[in-house]
Design a protein around this ligand. Structure first.
Ligand code: C2E
Ligand code: CA
Ligand code: CA
Length: 648
């Protein structure tokens, strides 16, 4: 029987391939999810089916050596197993198709139909023992095909058709790899089955099974790329894909983002291995929190939980659970690790949002969470409007840079010893399309975040140098400019400043650079080098906003500052509030002892002006003496000052 022997070798080959798939698969049990367990069941059933098929071929071949009941039992078992395997595979496919669909009705209905189909087939197999319409053994014990030999294939066909229908119905929520599987698997199986029916003497079932298993494994391989290697939850791109699929299917969902801060200190205190273990635990905890929820690792220490939205009450409960858990200490063996965490929540019902929008909303909400006492921001209309305003401001700023619409205003600073306004602070001004001034407190932080501050600082530098070199305001011996972190990150700063001074033939002493503690906290060593290099060239540094919270006072005081500006917040309580007054007095003495001049900022009343002058402040900046003004008004300002002096 050469044909049978040849086909046996194909089956044998298929069995080896399935075993290789199983070994390979066990090697990669990166995430023992329900889905992957189901796939391993499929592989086991495949191997068992092929092995049983080979056993059947053997006993049919050697029917003289085996009693009839052995052959009957083995063949009935084989038919039952083939369809069992195909039904389990169909169920597995069904779960993959509906992986990104929260509505479970489709899954429930199809599961029942699949089970019913199998029960029907099992009944036929039982009846076949008596009636022999699928297969039978003739009097001499030879295997014969019955008229309904292909009924198993028909049932498989129905299963496949149901899956295709289900995939079509939920096509907007099917993942890309699954879409590929659904494009390749059904036609492949149908073609192979037709071949088998046309050439029944060729044993071909093993090949069909292997083809299906291979196609599915390829799907798994691409899924592996989407998983985060440390925590085994989905990564950022799979979060994006999942969001897109759910949005495509108009499914309502809730997203909770957990952003861990200062994780570097956790690593430092408890060791990198414990840090990793904590992240793993946290991700697994989130992943298991909701039966249909999935966790994702969006960034190094940022996680998201994506779960179906089942109304305000259950959404509120879920959010509370997450917040409660992360606000408590994480127990890791004997360790108890406290975490500094920010939360953001977003609920999608049927808004006109894309996945990119949602990621942006979440990012913005997290950025706002610092300002909230509970460190939680629930994305809503007001957050959206705030974000919109920001976006508009950013657009406005970009346009203003292009159209050269940024202005620099000057606030004259009073020199107490000489009684003159021989210095000023340069302050940026921006008008919106209606001509209204946009507060710097709104656009400066935005410019710092987006890197636009770099361009803005050079605009200010250029305008200040131009003003100083003109004879428009001869009264100003110097003007101070505000600098942000970004400027100090590049070597360019030195060249640009000296370049500008040279171009306008200005001595470096005419420019003062104001920096705040925020700038300093970034990289103290680098700042020191930069400051020393610029100081050596003759420029001077002012420490701005002093008194708004210093993290490293000793470090800051070691830097070469020529002058310190006491912040509004200190001056506003002066001289009535005893505590702040004591502080201001001490600071004045301290800085004078260090040979540092002092500017009192935000002086608004004559009482404050008199008090700080009496205490020895060197300079006074405040609305009491002068408000910031456009350069055109400076001449008028100085004219009025002269009038005042003459009047005295
Ligand atoms: P700042 O550097 O502390 O600037 C002083 C701020 O105090 C100015 O606000 C000024 O108008 C305000 N001010 C002056 N005297 C008084 C007073 O008596 N009472 C009160 N309540 N306020 C007074 P402005 O112009 O709104 O600027 C706000 C902040 O924006 C500045 O604070 C500075 O941090 C930033 N900024 C402004 N221009 C620039 C710039 O060109 N570059 C950078 N990096 N930041 C800038
Ligand atoms: Ca300033
Ligand atoms: Ca200031």
């Amino acid at each position: 029987m050469p044909v049978i022997q040849w086909t046996m070798s194909v089956e044998f080959f298929c069995l080896i391939v399935v075993i290789i798939l199983m070994l390979n698969y066990y090697d990669r049990r990166w995430a023992a999810s329900g889905q992957s367990r189901l796939y391993s069941v499929c592989l086991w059933l495949s191997a068992a089916t092929i092995a049983l098929n080979m056993a059947c071929v053997f006993t049919i071949d050697h029917f003289h050596s085996f009693p009839l009941w052995v052959n009957l039992l083995l063949n009935s078992g084989y038919f039952a197993l083939v369809l069992g395997m195909s039904t389990v595979t169909a169920y597995y496919l069904l779960r993959l198709i509906l992986e990104h669909v929260y509505n479970s009705r489709c899954r429930r209905v199809l599961s029942v139909v699949l089970a019913a189909l199998y029960a029907f087939y099992a009944l036929l197999l039982l009846l076949n023992l008596r009636l022999g319409f699928i297969f039978y053994f003739d009097r001499s014990g030879v295997y014969c095909r019955g008229p309904l030999i292909n009924v198993g294939y028909a049932v498989m066909g129905v299963e496949l058709a149901l899956l295709v229908l289900c995939a079509l119905k939920n096509r907007r929520s099917i993942s890309q790899p699954m879409r590929r599987v659904m494009q390749i698997l059904p036609p492949t199986v149908v073609l192979l089955v037709i071949y088998q029916i046309l050439y029944p003497d060729v044993l071909f079932n093993g090949s069909i099974i292997v083809a299906a298993d291979m196609i599915l494994l390829l799907n798994f391989q691409s899924r592996r790329v989407e998983l985060d290697s440390l925590t085994c939850v989905g990564n950022r791109s799979s979060f994006y894909r999942d969001l897109s699929l759910r949005l495509g299917g108009k499914q309502q969902f809730q997203v909770i983002v957990v952003d861990i801060r200062q994780f570097g200190t956790v690593n430092q205190h408890y060791g990198q291995a414990n840090g990793d273990a904590l992240l793993y635990e946290a991700a697994r905890w989130l992943d298991r929190l909701h039966s249909r929820g999935r966790a994702f690792r969006l960034g190094n220490v940022e996680f998201a939980l994506l779960a179906p939205y089942g109304g305000m009450v259950s959404a509120g409960k879920l959010l509370e659970k997450v917040c409660d858990r992360f606000r408590r200490r994480w127990e890791l063996g004997t360790l108890q690790i406290p975490l500094d965490v920010r939360f953001a929540e977003l609920i999608y019902t049927d808004q006109d949002w894309s996945a990119t929008d949602i990621l942006e909303f979440l990012k913005y909400s997290i950025s706002l969470s610092d300002q909230r006492e509970d460190h939680l921001v629930r994305f809503d209309v007001s957050v959206y409007q705030q974000m919109e305003r920001r976006r508009q401001t950013l657009l406005l700023m970009r346009r203003a840079v292009e159209e050269d619409r940024f202005q620099v205003w000057y606030q004259p600073v009073y020199h107490c010893a000489s009684g003159t306004f021989c210095s000023a602070e340069a302050l940026l001004r921006l008008r919106d399309d209606q001509g209204e001034l946009v507060p710097p407190s709104l656009f400066i932080p935005l410019a710092e975040e987006t890197g636009l501050i770099d361009r803005l600082s050079w605009i200010v530098l250029e305008q200040v140098c131009r003003l100083l070199s003109s004879d428009q305001v001869p009264q100003f011996q110097s003007v101070s400019i505000n600098f942000s972190t970004q400027q100090f990150m590049s070597e360019e700063i030195i060249e640009r400043i000296t370049g500008c001074l040279n171009r306008y033939r200005l001595s470096p002493g005419r420019l003062k650079l104001e920096i705040t503690e925020r700038v300093l906290s970034e990289d103290m060593a680098r700042m020191r080098t930069m400051m020393e290099r610029l100081t050596a060239l003759g420029l001077q540094f002012y420490l701005d906003d002093f008194g708004t919270g210093y993290s490293n006072l000793a470090g800051v005081l070691e830097l070469p500052f020529a002058c310190v500006k006491l912040d509004h917040s200190l001056i506003s309580g002066y001289p009535d509030d005893e505590r702040t007054s004591a502080m201001v007095d001490t600071m004045l003495d301290l800085f004078h002892a260090m040979d540092c001049q002092v500017v009192a900022e935000g002086v608004e009343t004559s009482r404050q002006a008199r008090a700080v002058t009496a205490k020895g402040a060197d300079w006074i900046q405040g609305y009491y003496y002068a408000r910031p003004m456009p350069p055109e008004e400076l001449a008028e300002f100085f004219r009025r000052q002269e009038e005042k002096l003459e009047a005295r």
